[in-house]
Design a binder for this molecule. Structure first.
Ligand code: SF4
Length: 163
């Protein structure tokens, strides 16, 4: 069973962490679906002096840059991992579930390889969102696919918007 920590507890864990996994787009990589980055000064300040493990689950899974925007259908990241929901191209409905699950596995591999206990992930992404994500055309409370898998593995997650 995973423990739900308060925001203060998660921020304290980030301050203590020496190694942090971070969504690559927050680190300045132009890997978003629209070909842009989301480089964030608050994130960079919070990560100063730490060893960083930048990961982009979607491009790691072979989805290109740019790429069509994807949303979850039928549930949040936990439901996708349980086989009860899908990740689909929002405009066409083309299924991207396998790529999203694979991208999440890659992030989990990086967590294990580098001994990561804390991650800073981009909010509202269908992969990286940790407080909110896109489901059935709306932003809902819940996690994207990668955030769900990392959370289930005990990784403490902060959103860029909490920093
Ligand atoms: S939010 Fe996650 S999946 Fe999307 S571009 Fe950033 S790192 Fe990649």
């Amino acid at each position: 069973m995973t423990v739900e920590l308060t925001q203060e507890e998660r921020l304290a864990a980030l301050r203590e962490a020496s190694v942090v996994l971070v969504s690559a787009c927050l680190f300045g990589e132009a890997c978003r679906y629209d070909g842009k980055s989301k480089g964030s000064n608050p994130v960079m300040r919070a990560l100063e002096g730490k060893e960083l493990v930048p990961v982009c689950p979607e491009t790691g899974a072979g989805l290109g840059i740019p790429r069509p925007a994807v949303e979850l259908r039928g549930g949040t990241g936990e439901a996708v991992l349980a086989g009860q929901a899908q990740a689909v191209v929002a405009a066409t409905g083309d299924d991207r579930t396998a790529a999203f699950r694979y991208g999440a596995e890659l992030a989990l591999e990086a967590v294990k390889r580098f001994g990561v206990k804390v991650a800073v992930l981009k909010e509202r992404s269908p992969s990286c969102g940790s407080q909110g994500t896109h489901v059935n055309g709306q932003v809902v409370r819940g996690r994207g696919v990668t955030a769900a898998l990392l959370h289930s593995a005990g990784v403490i997650i902060l959103s860029d918007e909490e920093l």
